[in-house]
Ligand binder design. Structure first.
Ligand code: SF4
Length: 94
């Protein structure tokens, strides 16, 4: 028994495997070329993040790394208050 070009081993044809490489590369390139808006994340609701309009134990939106002045947040739906807080709080780096 000899190996023929394109013969299958373990159910996978080497030739068909090599033919699929450009298709896989194309799929990766296509995925990276799709506008970012298609992958835009939806923001977390006030309710889900347990947002409140008051600070919590000295933590508040204005000192959070997610805060986008004057009343936005990278993670939670706007509007938020600079004096608010939610359980997704992340302290700004010192
Ligand atoms: S505490 Fe919550 S709502 Fe406020 S900025 Fe940080 S992540 Fe956004």
């Amino acid at each position: 028994m000899t190996d023929q070009p394109g013969a299958t081993k373990g159910g996978v044809c080497r030739r068909s495997l090599l033919k699929s490489v450009p298709m896989i590369a194309g799929a990766i390139i296509s995925a990276t070329a799709i506008p970012g808006s298609l992958f835009a994340q939806t923001k977390v609701s006030h309710e889900a993040s347990k947002y409140q309009d008051q600070p919590n134990n000295g933590q508040q939106c204005s000192t959070c790394a997610q805060f986008e002045p004057p009343s936005g947040c990278k993670t939670v739906e706007s509007p938020i208050s600079p004096n608010g807080w939610c359980q997704l709080y992340v302290a700004k780096p010192a």
